[in-house]
Design a binder for this molecule. Structure first.
Ligand code: GLU
Length: 743
C-alpha cells in the first residue's frame, strides 16, 4: 500500500501560515471547496447537516444516527467527568485510556502493591476494585437548546454585574427544573455565549476498576514519547459501572450490581486501516478558535510561557520528593503526570503558534474580520464597538493576572491542605444561604461531591509536597511588583519589596513551619466533620490553614467579584463577536470545545511533519521490540516479550494484520480532538469500536487555537492491540469473552 500517494502536499514554508489561515476560512465559509481539513468537533445534532461531506468521504450509513443520543452508537458513549469512554458489554463494562484510570490506580496503590506500575486485572467481578469516592460515569441522554430561556428579554440596560446575576439565576432555575426527574443537568454556552444548551445526564456513582495493563504497556514510552509519533503505547483500561439492585444510580455499596446499558459497542477485531473513515465520539475540553486575537496573544505571550516555567520547576520539586519517599511518590503521582502532560503540550502549542506562524495567522484572521466590519456601514453599526470593548476587558484582567494566579494557587491549590481549608471555609459561608443564592459550586446538588472530594484527598495530600510547593508559590509572591502585592501575605509572612531573596526565604520557611504544623486539615475525619461546622466554629478552632484562608477571603472575594463583572460584560459582547464571525463566514461552523459531547470524523492517514519526512499511519509490535530497553519507560513486560516471540514462532492470532504481517499498535488519523477526548471510542462506518483516541501530536497541538488543516493528526490505539494484549499477554480472557459476547 502506498500511503504517500494519498498524502496531502505540504505547502511551501512561506505560505504555510497563510495557507492555514486560508483553510480556516475555508471551513468558516463552509463553501463547497474541498479542504484537506477534518476540522470540527461537531455537536451531534450538527452531523446530519454534514451528510454530503460524509458521503463524499465514503460514508454509506445514516448520519442522523449520530444525533440520536439514546440510540446506537451514541447511547454507548460516556464521560468520566474529565476523560471519555464507552460501554463495550451489556454488563456495564467500559473501555477508556490507561491514562484516564490513573486516579483509580493511584487510589488503590500502596508502596508494596503499586498498581500504576504493575497493572491490575480482576479475574472475577468480586475482585473488581472500587475507584474510590468521586469517580463517575455520565451518560448524556438529552440535549435541548435553551438560548431563549437564558438570553430572552434580558434588559439591555442592566449593569454588567447585574447581567451576570440575571444569567446565573436563569441557569440555576433551569438546572433545578431539569434535575427534577433525577438526571444531572448542565447548561453550557456555545459560540461565546451566543447559544445555550441544556444537557441531561445519567450519573453513575459506583465505578470500579476492572483491568489496566502494566505501565510497561499502558504507559510505554512515558513522557519521552508523550505527544509524539511514532508511538507504541497500549493506552487502554477497563472500568465497570455499578447501580443498586433496583437499577438506581447510587454510591458504592457491596451489593450493587453491574449497570445494564441499552447500547454498547462491538469491538472490531479488524481495527482501523489506512484510508478508513473513522469517527470519534467523546468530550473534548476546551479550544479557543473563535475567541478574540488579543486573548490568544495573551495566552502565547504570558499564559503558556508561565505554565512552561512553573510546571518545569514544580516537576523538578516533586520528582526530588518522589525519589526520597515511596509513599509520597504515590501521593503525588497523578499530579506529576498532569504537570508533565501540560508542560509538553504547552511547549507544543507555543512552538506551533510562534515558529509555526499560527499566531500571525490568527492576527490576519482577525484583521480580515475587522476589514469586513469596516467595509459596510451596517456591519460597522452592528459590530464596530465589539472588539475594542472585548480587548479592554482582556487588558483589564491582565492588570492583576500575576497576583490573581498566585492567589488561586495558594488558596485553592488542588490536592493541597490550603485547597481543603478553602473549600471547607467557603462551604461554611455558602451553606446557610438558600440554594438559589449559593455559589453554583456549593449548591446542594454538589454536596455529596464536595464530601467525596475531601475523602478522596487523603490519597494525595502530603505535607512534604505542600511545604515545597507552597514555598515555591510564596517565593513568587515575594517578588510581585508593587502594584500587585498581596498585603495580607506581606503582613503574615513579613515580606516587603525591598527584602533580599535570602531574607524572604527565611521568612517563608518560618511562616510555613507555623502554617503546616498548626493545621488539623491533614486528617480526613477533621475535614469531613468541618463540612458541618459554622464559620464561627471553624474560626474558633484556631487552625492555621483556616485562619490564613479567612484572612485571604476578602481579597479572593474581590477577585471573584471582578471576574463576575467581566463575565457579565462577556455575556453582552461575546454573542455579538461570535455573531460577526459567523455572519462573515456563513455556513456551518463547529463551536469551540466546552466539555460537552462532540463527534468528529476523518481518515486514517500518515503525515509529513517536516520537509522530507513522511510518518506512516500505523505502528506495530515490531516497533515495541525496537524501542524496548531494560529501564522504564521503555521496559516491556516479560509476558509481552514471550507473547511476541510466540507470535514470531508462528502462533496464530486473529489480530494479525495481513498487510503489515504484525499486530498493529497505534495509528494516526485526521480527526479533530483535544484534551478531554482521551479515551474516546474511535468508530468505523458501522459504529464498531476500532480503537481509542489517546493523544495529539506535539507539532500540531496549536490547532486548539487555529486548526492546521494539513498536518493535524490524532493518535489512537488500535483495537487489535487491545484484544491481542488481553488474549496473549495479560490473560484477560474473562473480559475478552465478555466483549466478544461469549459471556
Ligand atoms: N498526552 C496525554 C497523556 O497520555 C493525553 C492527551 C491529552 O491530555 O490531551 O498523558
Amino acid at each position: 500500500m502506498n500511503h504517500q500517494r494519498s498524502s496531502p502536499k505540504r505547502p511551501m514554508p512561506s505560505l504555510r501560515a497563510a495557507s492555514a489561515f486560508i483553510c480556516v476560512l475555508c471551513v468558516l465559509f463552509a463553501t463547497a471547496r474541498p479542504v484537506t481539513a477534518d476540522e470540527g468537533m461537531w455537536m451531534p445534532q450538527q452531523i446530519p447537516a454534514l451528510t454530503s461531506k460524509l458521503k463524499s468521504m465514503g460514508f454509506a450509513g445514516d448520519p442522523s444516527a449520530f444525533a440520536d443520543l439514546t440510540g446506537d452508537p451514541m447511547g454507548a458513549i460516556v464521560s468520566l467527568g474529565g476523560g471519555s469512554a464507552s460501554f463495550v458489554s451489556p454488563a456495564g463494562l467500559i473501555v477508556t485510556n490507561h491514562h484516564c484510570v490513573q486516579g483509580a490506580l493511584q487510589y488503590n496503590s500502596t508502596p508494596d502493591r503499586n498498581l500504576m506500575e504493575q497493572g491490575f486485572l480482576a479475574k472475577t467481578r468480586a475482585e473488581e476494585l472500587w475507584n474510590g469516592p468521586g469517580s463517575r460515569v455520565f451518560v448524556t441522554v438529552s440535549v435541548r437548546e435553551v438560548t431563549a430561556d437564558i438570553l430572552g428579554k434580558l434588559d439591555p440596560g442592566l449593569s454588567d454585574r447585574a447581567r451576570f446575576d440575571a444569567v446565573e439565576k436563569r441557569v440555576k432555575e433551569l438546572t433545578a427544573a431539569g434535575e427534577q426527574g433525577g438526571l444531572r443537568c448542565t447548561i453550557a454556552s456555545f459560540f461565546e455565549g451566543m447559544k445555550w444548551f441544556e444537557f441531561g445526564q445519567m450519573e453513575i456513582q459506583d465505578v470500579r476498576l476492572v483491568y489496566a495493563p502494566p505501565a510497561g504497556i499502558g504507559n510505554f514510552g512515558g513522557e519521552v514519547d508523550n505527544w509524539q509519533w511514532p508511538r507504541h503505547t497500549g493506552d487502554f483500561a477497563f472500568y465497570r459501572a455499578y447501580v443498586s439492585p433496583a437499577g438506581k444510580a447510587v454510591g458504592y455499596a457491596k451489593e450493587n450490581v453491574p449497570y445494564k446499558p441499552k447500547h454498547w459497542l462491538r469491538v472490531s477485531p479488524k481495527g482501523a486501516n489506512p484510508g478508513d473513515l473513522v469517527f470519534v465520539a467523546g468530550y473534548p475540553g476546551r479550544t479557543a478558535r473563535l475567541t478574540p486575537y488579543s486573548e490568544v496573544k495573551q495566552t502565547v505571550e504570558w499564559g503558556l510561557p508561565r505554565t512552561v516555567e512553573r510546571n518545569t520547576d514544580q516537576i523538578a520539586i516533586l520528582e526530588k520528593l518522589s525519589q526520597e519517599d515511596k509513599e509520597t511518590a504515590i501521593r503525588v503521582s497523578t499530579r506529576l503526570r498532569g504537570l508533565n502532560n501540560s508542560l509538553t503540550k504547552s511547549k507544543g502549542v507555543l512552538n506551533g503558534m510562534i515558529q509555526g506562524g499560527l499566531l500571525a495567522a490568527r492576527k490576519a484572521q482577525e484583521q480580515s474580520l475587522l476589514a469586513w466590519i469596516d467595509a459596510n456601514p451596517k456591519h460597522k453599526a452592528d459590530y464596530g464597538d465589539v472588539l475594542p470593548a472585548l480587548n479592554a476587558l482582556i487588558t483589564d484582567r491582565a492588570r492583576t493576572r500575576e497576583r490573581d494566579s498566585l492567589l488561586a494557587e495558594i488558596c485553592g491549590g488542588k490536592g493541597s491542605v490550603m485547597g481543603a481549608a478553602q473549600t471547607v471555609y467557603r462551604f461554611s459561608i455558602e451553606r446557610p444561604k438558600s440554594d438559589a443564592d449559593r455559589d453554583p459550586a456549593f449548591q446542594q446538588r454538589n454536596w455529596s461531591r464536595i464530601r467525596e472530594a475531601q475523602d478522596r484527598l487523603q490519597r494525595s495530600l502530603d505535607v512534604k509536597a505542600d511545604r515545597v510547593l507552597m514555598k515555591y508559590s510564596l517565593a513568587a509572591v515575594a517578588k510581585l511588583p508593587a502594584s500587585q502585592r498581596i498585603d495580607i501575605l506581606d503582613k503574615e509572612i513579613g515580606l516587603s519589596t525591598e527584602m533580599s531573596e535570602a531574607d524572604a526565604d527565611k521568612a517563608i520557611d518560618a511562616f510555613l513551619r507555623k502554617l503546616l504544623t498548626g493545621t488539623q486539615f491533614y486528617q480526613k475525619d477533621v475535614r469531613l466533620a468541618c463540612l458541618d461546622r459554622s464559620t464561627a466554629d471553624l474560626l474558633a478552632m484556631n487552625d492555621t490553614a483556616i485562619e490564613l484562608t479567612a484572612a485571604l477571603y476578602p481579597l479572593a472575594e474581590e477577585v471573584r467579584e471582578k471576574s463576575k463583572e467581566r463575565s457579565g460584560a462577556g455575556y453582552r459582547l461575546g454573542p455579538r463577536f461570535a455573531g460577526a464571525l459567523l455572519a462573515q463566514s456563513g455556513g456551518l461552523v463547529a463551536p469551540d470545545a466546552n466539555g460537552t459531547l462532540r463527534v468528529t470524523f476523518g481518515q486514517v492517514l500518515g503525515v509529513a511533519p517536516r520537509d522530507g519526512l513522511w510518518f506512516l499511519p500505523q505502528t506495530t509490535l515490531q516497533g515495541v521490540v525496537e524501542k524496548a530497553t531494560s529501564t522504564s519507560p521503555f521496559k516491556m513486560p516479560e509476558a509481552q516479550l514471550s507473547a511476541i516471540k510466540a507470535l514470531r514462532a508462528g502462533k496464530m492470532t486473529p489480530y494479525l494484520d495481513p498487510v503489515l504481517n504484525d499486530v498493529p499498535v497505534n495509528f494516526l488519523s485526521t480527526v479533530d480532538t483535544t484534551g478531554g477526548n482521551s479515551g474516546s471510542a474511535t468508530l468505523n462506518s458501522k459504529g464498531e469500536l476500532v480503537g481509542l483516541l489517546f493523544d495529539g501530536m506535539f507539532g500540531t497541538v496549536a490547532s486548539d487555537y487555529l486548526f492546521d488543516p494539513v498536518r493535524t493528526r490524532s493518535i489512537h490505539v488500535d483495537a487489535r492491540y487491545l484484544l491481542w494484549t488481553m488474549a496473549e499477554v495479560d490473560g484477560a480472557t474473562n473480559l475478552l469473552d465478555e466483549i466478544e459476547g461469549r459471556r
